[in-house]
Design a protein around this ligand. Structure first.
Ligand code: ATP
Ligand code: MG
Length: 437
């Protein structure tokens, strides 16, 4: 490990050289250095420099003020990629939710405010020199995750580091150093003070792990994170949870929301919805994940066409595709060798039914509200009842979706519903005229 040296993109060396030639010490830092030392592809190269944001902006032609307050300037390189260049910082004060930082003169200060030793290694792209005051390289070699400095202090400065610890340990299959682990589990109650947005970002990163989120998710359960942040998941029996995280593993890393649905599938729909709302996911993601997590599996292979249409009518083609993936992932981790094949057959059957383009929603019917008005019905709740009865009738047999037959049927249904209503002595909705359009 110690003889492995990072190889940085030309643009990183160009930025470092430009700043150094202007008199400002500059290092590559953070995740990219760590990943390069692990022999993994590094994206997102970050640079730390002694230059102030103002000085960085004066040194380069194309810059973007990304986070001037945090000292971060984006420098656009000729390859069109933007690199973040951040002025050396030191922590001056913290409240457990975010650190208050101040600019510093020395790379040592900058590294000492970083969370874990493996994230606190600096590499000089011009001198090809590592600066590693906290033994990060040794920890990388030993596959060990350890805080920089006293663990409990570092977690108290920013409780998000608890979640970051588990994410990194999971991602790299690292052991968590004993002192770090002890401090971490003693402080989990404070996780409830984190903003939902930061928790959501972390969970999304965990769920995007390639290939397996299950290690970090197991640590979430073992470390008591779920108890505090996701009690809905903590309620699940051990076996149910173990299976759910294996299902999550077998879904694609690029689909964190699908993986989240897999995790929530064993939870009751109301519990799943509560968790999603608390995380403040976008409305679209909340709805999509809740629909997926609460939908039943595809109708079993051998189900009749009407059952397939009823399922499609209730859940729609988008949920069908998501559920097929969830069912298949779940079948793959089942003990039963036949299970995946059965899901594939169920999937083929429902897809074949969908391809016949059957009417599935009220809007697909050959009659609509205007027809009901022409029949003399007053717009109101009864419209919806009539149309959904018609849909139910058509779902039994799509050939029934013919105007003539449906209009007659509509009249019968309306008379019955209004008859029921007037025998309930309810408000006087007008009865349909017999001589329809
Ligand atoms: P990833 O591959 O997930 O992006 P990363 O290590 O690059 O991993 P970032 O969140 O991008 O993580 O942060 C970049 C660097 O900033 C980290 O390597 C670490 O040195 C430092 N850092 C980030 N967040 C914190 C924090 N909450 N506390 C202390 N240091 C942090
Ligand atoms: Mg990063």
């Amino acid at each position: 490990m110690s003889d492995v040296r990072p190889i940085a993109p030309g643009a990183v060396r160009w930025i470092a050289r430009t700043l150094e030639e202007a008199g400002y010490e500059t290092w590559a830092v953070g995740g990219a250095v760590r990943d390069a030392l692990l022999g993994r592809p590094s994206v997102d190269w970050d640079l730390a420099t002694r230059a102030t944001p103002k000085q960085v902006r004066r040194t380069f032609r194309r810059t973007v003020p990304i986070g001037i307050d945090h000292g971060t300037v984006g420098v656009l390189s000729r390859d069109g990629v933007m690199y973040e260049v951040t002025t050396f910082r030191k922590d001056v004060e913290t409240d457990g939710r975010h650190a208050v930082v101040e600019f510093a003169d020395r790379i040592e200060d900058d590294l000492s405010r970083r969370d874990f030793t493996i994230n606190a290694i600096a590499w000089h792209p011009l001198r090809d020199e590592l600066f590693d005051p906290f033994g990060g390289v040794e920890d990388l070699t030993a596959a060990m995750l350890r805080t920089v400095g006293v663990a409990a202090d570092r977690f108290r400065e920013d409780y998000l580091r608890i979640l970051r610890a588990l994410r990194f340990a999971g991602r790299f299959d690292f052991e968590i150093h004993e002192g770090t682990w002890t401090a971490l589990i003693s402080l989990t109650d404070h996780l409830s003070t984190l903003s939902p947005e930061r928790v959501r970002e972390e969970l999304t990163k965990v769920l995007s792990a390639d290939p397996r989120p299950s290690h970090a998710l197991s640590l979430y359960r073992d470390g008591g994170i779920n108890r505090v942040l996701f009690p809905e998941l903590d309620d699940q029996a051990e076996g149910v949870w173990e299976k759910a995280i294996r299902v999550v593993d077998s879904l694609p890393p690029g689909r964190p929301m699908l993986r989240l649905a897999a995790l929530l599938r064993p939870a009751a729909p109301a519990a799943a919805a509560a968790l999603l709302v608390r995380l403040r996911l976008s409305n679209a993601d909340t709805d999509a994940v809740a629909d997926l997590a609460s939908a039943p599996g595809l109708p079993a292979h051998g189900s009749g066409a009407e059952d397939l249409r009823l399922w499609l009518s209730r859940h729609g083609p988008t949920v069908m595709r998501g559920v097929a993936r969830l069912d298949l992932a779940s079948a793959r981790v089942a003990d039963d060798d036949q299970a995946p094949q059965l899901v594939v057959q169920a999937w083929r059957a429902i897809r074949a039914e969908l391809r016949t383009a059957p009417p599935l929603v009220v809007g697909d019917l050959t009659v609509d509200g205007r027809d009901l008005m022409r029949m003399g019905l007053k717009p109101g709740p009864v419209f919806k009842d009539v149309l959904s009865e018609l849909l139910g009738w058509v779902l039994e047999d799509p050939a029934r979706n013919q105007r003539e037959g449906l209009l007659l049927r509509a009249q019968e249904v309306a008379e019955r519903l209004l008859g029921d209503a007037s025998s309930d002595a309810s408000e006087g909705a007008s009865a349909p005229r017999k001589n329809g359009p």
